[in-house]
Design a protein around this ligand. Structure first.
Ligand code: ZN
Length: 198
């Protein structure tokens, strides 16, 4: 038997299916939402729908963007011969926040994980190789220092080596298992500046 109305149960179920939100948080959010003024709820619902419908992948670096090419790739003042490979768009945002990186990015949307059954074909590696056909001088691998991140870094390094393009890995100032997005800007910069040849 349902404790609340069917509508509330449904809302709680949908919220609980989101990452990082448990049953209790879902309940709290659901009750918060139904007590909001209707126009506020509509703004939230519209923001979700608009984002879902209009956000797409940059056709150069595959980060999430509103247009064909993201602002970083579209910027002629950036060094397009230097590509930093990151696992996701949040990591890109973390490096952008330092304001000191002048190259461009490549977003993999994941990392190789034999345990989770994620292979090289499941992330944007093919697209990275394609970009390397162009004029590229250095690939900086900035995947996380988790097992998956290291596995991915090793794979990319082996993949790129034969092309003769310089491959570097950000320094290990980044704590093991640490998600890039949670690391402060100073540490990120130090990791970038102290990058090592692979
Ligand atoms: Zn881009």
């Amino acid at each position: 038997m349902s404790l609340y109305s069917g509508y509330i149960d449904k809302l709680i179920d949908e919220l609980a299916a989101l990452p990082g939100i448990g049953g209790k948080s879902a309940q709290r959010l659901a009750f918060h939402l139904i007590h909001l003024p209707k126009d506020k709820v509509k703004r939230l619902a519209d923001a979700i729908l608009d984002a879902r419908e209009n956000v797409r992948y940059c056709k150069e670096c595959f980060t999430l963007t509103d247009s064909d090419v993201c602002p970083v790739c579209a910027n002629k003042n950036r060094n397009h011969k230097m590509i930093m490979v990151v696992e996701n768009a949040r990591d890109l945002a973390a490096y952008e926040k330092t304001g000191r990186y002048e190259g461009v990015y490549h977003v993999l949307h994941g990392a190789i994980s034999p345990m989770l059954g994620i292979g090289p074909g499941d992330i944007r590696l093919k697209e990275l190789l394609q970009r390397l056909q162009g004029d590229v001088e250095e690939v900086i691998i900035a995947t996380n220092s988790s097992l998956e991140g290291e596995t991915t870094a090793m794979y990319i390094s082996k993949m790129i080596k034969p092309t003769g393009i310089r491959v570097t890995r950000i320094a290990s100032g980044v704590p093991v298992g640490g998600d890039l997005e949670y690391i402060d800007e100073v540490t990120l910069l130090r990791a970038l500046e102290g990058r090592v040849e692979l």
